[in-house]
Design a protein around this ligand. Structure first.
Ligand SMILES: Cc1cc2nc3c(=O)[nH]c(=O)nc-3n(C[C@H](O)[C@H](O)[C@H](O)COP(=O)(O)O)c2cc1C
Length: 379
């Protein structure tokens, strides 16, 4: 039997210790009503805690109603929405996972159809079929996300202040609900990413133009959120390391942004890519975003999380062993196999009897079965 790889050993950020460095990436379920989590969210997220992940991040949770991507998104803009989320956070914690939540605002990509209903701006058909009406969307500039998408209303100073305060109020609620890690969503072409990217932000005031100006709103938000998010709890930020579009946000910009974020008390940069432009032209393939996580970690001196088409235990272990990232997040692979960390442990320790991290209710029997099968094989 081999020793546990670093991937499967605990990591402590501020005062929060995760049992391993495997994270469930935030994944919208488009299954909420009026922003409220329900039994689906409980079951969906619980399986990852039972499956051995160190940290489970709740999907993009809107800070205002119009900041939802779709009618099915979670929200945390009022106190009622805290109740089912607190239940989920408590269960994740009781089963040994760190409960984390991503908070965000969809900007000009709000008021959309669920992916399986078209993944475009809502139409009259959505209204007639599901009584789901489109709403007014807000962005740094009046440039729609794509052909046929709603032309956004340009945020004025009062609108910017209102959304910053909504992030702050949501962060407070996330803490009250029992979450131990907060992630601010600045990726995938949603509001914060729209401020950062010259493709979506053509403002001429102090929030547009230079890199410093485009970073202003997200950085102001981190500062305000950090002031209310407990000092002993980590703050993550998810970014798109590159827009992957000509003339768009670059890796150098991300390094500058990560440095500025670190100074404001951001602990981890969760490194994704794309989402602003119409067609992503960046690298794509297995582990395609890992080099971004590595570059930001090395050049900005901040911890990073790698994500994107990471599927094999050996690859995930190697990312941490080689210092490319501090944490490894799985999205679709976790959907395919919610018990991925438990199977990875057996594979990486080369011990088919290694059921020590499984919930006892299953692990007890599976170990017995594996031992019996091994005996039968020996004859
Ligand atoms: C169903 C689904 C929902 C997603 N929702 C979010 C989200 O709420 N916030 C976010 O930052 N990324 C979201 N993503 C992106 C994932 O977090 C992840 O970065 C992406 O799927 C790449 O990782 P993977 O190859 O392991 O799936 C979503 C992805 C999927 C498949």
């Amino acid at each position: 039997m081999k020793a546990l790889p670093k991937l499967l050993t605990p990591i402590t950020l501020r005062s929060v210790t995760a049992r391993n460095r495997l994270v469930v990436s935030p994944m919208c379920q488009y299954s909420a009503g009026l922003g409220m989590a329900n039994d689906w969210h409980f079951a969906h997220l619980s399986r990852f805690a039972l499956g051995g992940f160190g940290t489970v991040i709740v999907e993009a949770t809107a800070v205002t109603p119009e900041g939802r991507i779709t009618h099915g998104d979670l929200g945390l803009w009022n106190d009622d929405q805290m109740v089912p989320l607190a239940h989920i956070a408590a269960f994740l914690k009781a089963r040994g996972a760190v409960p984390a939540i991503q908070i965000g605002h969809a900007g000009r990509k709000a008021s959309a159809q669920r992916p399986w209903e078209g993944d475009a701006a809502m139409t009259a058909q959505d209204l007639s079929e599901r009584a789901e009406a489109p709403w007014k969307v807000y962005a740094p500039s009046s440039i729609p996300h794509n052909d046929g998408w709603i032309v956004p209303e340009v945020l004025d100073q009062a609108g910017i202040d209102r959304i910053r305060e909504a992030f702050v109020a949501t962060a407070r609620r996330a803490n009250t609900a029992g979450f131990d890690i907060l992630e601010v969503h600045c990726a995938h072409g949603y509001l914060m990413n729209e401020f950062l990217s010259p493709i979506a932000n053509t403002r001429t005031d102090s929030y547009g133009g230079s890199l410093e100006n485009r970073m202003r709103f997200p950085l102001e938000t981190f500062e305000a959120v950090r002031a209310v998010w407990p000092q002993d709890k980590p703050l993550f930020v998810r970014i798109s390391a590159i827009d992957g579009v000509d003339g768009g946000w670059s890796l150098d910009d991300s390094v500058a942004f990560a440095k500025a974020a670190a100074k404001l008390g951001v602990d981890v940069i969760d490194t994704s890519s794309g989402g602003v432009g119409r067609s992503y032209k960046g690298p794509f393939g297995p582990m395609h975003q890992v080099p971004f996580a590595q570059a930001i970690r090395e050049r900005a001196g901040i911890k990073t999380m790698a994500v994107g088409l990471i599927t094999k235990p050996e690859e995930a272990a190697s990312i941490v062993d080689h210092g490319q990232a501090d944490l490894v997040a799985l999205g679709r692979e976790a959907l395919a196999n919610p018990q991925w960390p438990l199977h990875a442990q057996a594979a990486l320790t080369d011990d088919p009897l290694d059921y020590r991290s499984w919930p006892i209710q299953a692990g007890f029997w599976l170990r017995g079965r594996a031992a019996a099968l091994a005996r039968l094989k020996r004859g």
